[in-house]
Design a protein around this ligand. Structure first.
Ligand code: ADP
Ligand code: MG
Length: 238
């Protein structure tokens, strides 16, 4: 059962055709990675899914319902959540207070402390709970933000380059967090450059190129596809 579907999705910026007739299906319970060279249209596609951009044509269905014209907050209310690349944490508050902010108004007072503890353990920040968020390492800040993004138990978590700037070890740990979210039933769509991460977690990979779906398959199929290798030639990766 697909959780998210795009039908003939198009986005033009003036004469630029940045999303070109994208028919995309995200299955419930999957970890799906979206890759592609710079300028392929990954961020634009992401913004279309979130409702930050309106498509020029086409439809977006979430859980079988047409959400094409819904505002971002309405999509969030229906069970979508996003973690952007730049952390939106409150730097002068503690790690615990940050998670509390993400939860408050949404959870009964009596169970708030337990739920904060559960979320902190989930993203490996139990020992850092009383630290000021601004003093966390780069990786820890990203995990805190994931904790905040999943506080309301979304059905779909969208991740924008979740491992950007991370060490190999941090990248691996992020992969483990994502896998544990999937084990809890969450569906994850990640735009990601880091092939170590993609190899670790992806059940399915979609390659975008000049706004179109260029290839799709398992990570093994994508890695073995010479046409995919060819579009990456000349790309510099961090
Ligand atoms: P990616 O994230 O894969 O690197 P983007 O979606 O950011 O690709 O960009 C795809 C193309 O769309 C690029 O050529 C970019 O310059 C263009 N583009 C993206 N956003 C805008 C915009 N707001 N206005 C005009 N052109 C844009
Ligand atoms: Mg981008």
């Amino acid at each position: 059962m697909p959780l998210l579907v795009t039908e003939g999705l198009n986005k033009h910026f003036g004469g630029l055709h940045v999303t070109a007739n994208v028919n995309f299906t995200l299955d419930e319970g999957d970890i799906h990675c979206l890759i592609g060279p710079n300028g392929a249209g990954k961020s634009t596609f992401f913004r279309l899914l979130l409702g930050e951009y309106a498509p020029s044509s086409g439809r977006i269905l979430f859980d079988g319902q047409d959400i094409t014209t819904l505002k971002p907050f309405e999509r969030i209310r229906r069970g979508m959540s996003v973690k952007f690349q730049v952390p939106g944490i409150f730097r002068s508050l503690s790690v615990r207070q940050n998670v509390e902010i993400a939860l408050q108004d949404h959870i009964a007072r009596g169970s708030l402390a337990d739920e904060i503890d559960r979320l902190l353990a989930f993203v490996g920040l139990t020992d850092a709970a009383t630290q000021e968020a601004g003093n966390l390492s780069h990786g820890q800040k990203q995990w805190l933000e994931i904790g905040m993004a999943i506080a309301l138990k979304p059905r779909l978590l969208l991740l924008d380059e979740p491992t950007a700037g991370m060490s190999l070890e941090e990248t691996h740990k992020t992969g483990e967090i994502v896998q544990s979210l999937q084990a809890e039933g969450m569906t994850i769509l990640a735009v990601e450059h880091d092939m170590n991460f993609v190899r670790q977690v992806a059940r399915k990979v979609t390659v975008l190129h000049v706004g179109r779906i260029f290839a799709q398959g398992s990570i093994e199929e994508i890695m073995a596809d010479e046409r995919v290798a060819a579009i990456y030639l000349g790309e510099v990766h961090a």
